[in-house]
Design a protein around this ligand. Structure first.
Ligand SMILES: Nc1ncnc2c1ncn2[C@@H]1O[C@H](COP(=O)(O)OP(=O)(O)OP(=O)(O)O)[C@@H](O)[C@H]1O
Length: 296
């Protein structure tokens, strides 16, 4: 038996219905999916990774934090009655806004065009922290689609997460922008650890080469204090845009496509990994449960 199979068996539990699934987590793992450049595939990754984690028996909440250009609900063919804008305006609680997606995955939708110029104020940020904390016992994974760039909101959602997956594609502009985002988070906010995921990759060597280049630059200019974990890549796959037109996750309707298989592997990698819970001085989402859990 290989090491991965042994580890997976260690994590397996029998659920009442007789399904074999991976154990839920003792504390909610909050992961920001982020990028310097737009259009690299963050929302597609959040939706497909979320569903792949759900299929491993994890209770998943997707948070659409791309407040101005929300689209997780559209990717999944959902029609939200309320959005996170209703939470920030004080009209609804998070629990009232969260909606059910495929296979029990939960979605916290944002509202396109409602909050695009809105920078969250301190009261809104604290309110969201409290609301997420109240709900954190219901979830094993919170995946946050941060939007792109280095705006205050993008930085806030990155800092609130315990872990960050920085997404880039093979284009030099997306790699340079990924570096710019890492640099701001590292030098201004003391974030030291990042996971790097490449998307839309045509040749495997392309991802490894780009990772090597980026990590060299990070080592040289961020004085070796930043650690970049290479998470691998999602291949360029026509199933991805096709699934968007059909408003379903590729993992759902093209489950054997190369990208879907890569998402299943990525989900397994994450479930088997020790989460990064190092403190960095920034206030985290779901922090109360994190600090009070008897398991950590
Ligand atoms: N692995 C892939 N192979 C081919 N096309 C992909 C892949 N991943 C994403 N795409 C396509 O790239 C486009 C942008 O994807 P997506 O909207 O998820 O990016 P984004 O980073 O969330 O964008 P934004 O920054 O504007 O929110 C979509 O048309 C999507 O279908």
């Amino acid at each position: 038996m290989n090491r991965e199979a042994a580890l997976l068996m260690e994590h397996e539990v029998r659920w009442p219905k007789g399904n074999t699934r991976l154990k839920p987590r003792p504390v909610c793992r909050v992961i920001a999916v982020t990028s310097g450049k737009g259009g690299v595939g963050k929302s597609s990754i959040v939706v497909n990774l979320g569903l792949a984690l759900t299929r491993l028996g994890q209770r998943v909440l997707l948070l659409d934090a791309d407040l101005g250009l929300a689209n997780l609900d559209i990717l999944l063919g959902l029609t939200p009655l309320y959005t996170i804008a209703d939470v920030f305006s004080g009209h609804k609680t998070l629990a009232e806004v969260i909606m059910a997606g495929p296979e029990g995955m939960q979605i916290l939708p944002a509202a396109s065009g409602v909050m695009e110029s809105a920078e969250l104020n301190q009261a809104q940020k604290l309110f969201l922290l409290g609301e997420l904390d109240n709900l954190s016992e219901n979830f094993d994974y919170l995946l946050v689609d941060t939007g792109a760039g280095i705006s205050a909101n993008v930085l806030y959602f990155n800092l609130g997460a315990q872990e960050r997956i920085v997404v880039a594609d093979h284009e030099p502009t997306s790699v340079v922008d990924a570096y710019a985002l890492i640099k701001v988070l590292a030098t201004k906010y003391s974030e030291k650890r990042f996971k790097l995921l490449f998307n839309k990759i045509t040749h495997p060597g392309e991802a490894q080469r780009t990772y090597d280049q980026l990590s060299k630059v990070v080592d040289r200019f961020l004085s070796g204090s930043v650690i970049i974990d290479y998470l691998g890549f999602i291949p360029r796959d026509e199933a991805m845009p096709r699934s968007i037109s059909l408003q379903k996750a590729a993992v759902d309707i093209f489950s054997t496509s190369p990208a879907s298989l890569a998402f299943s592997n990525l989900a397994r990698t994450l479930v088997l990994q020790e989460p990064d819970t190092a403190t960095d001085g920034n206030i985290k989402f779901c922090w109360q449960r994190l600090t009070h859990s008897p398991h950590q």
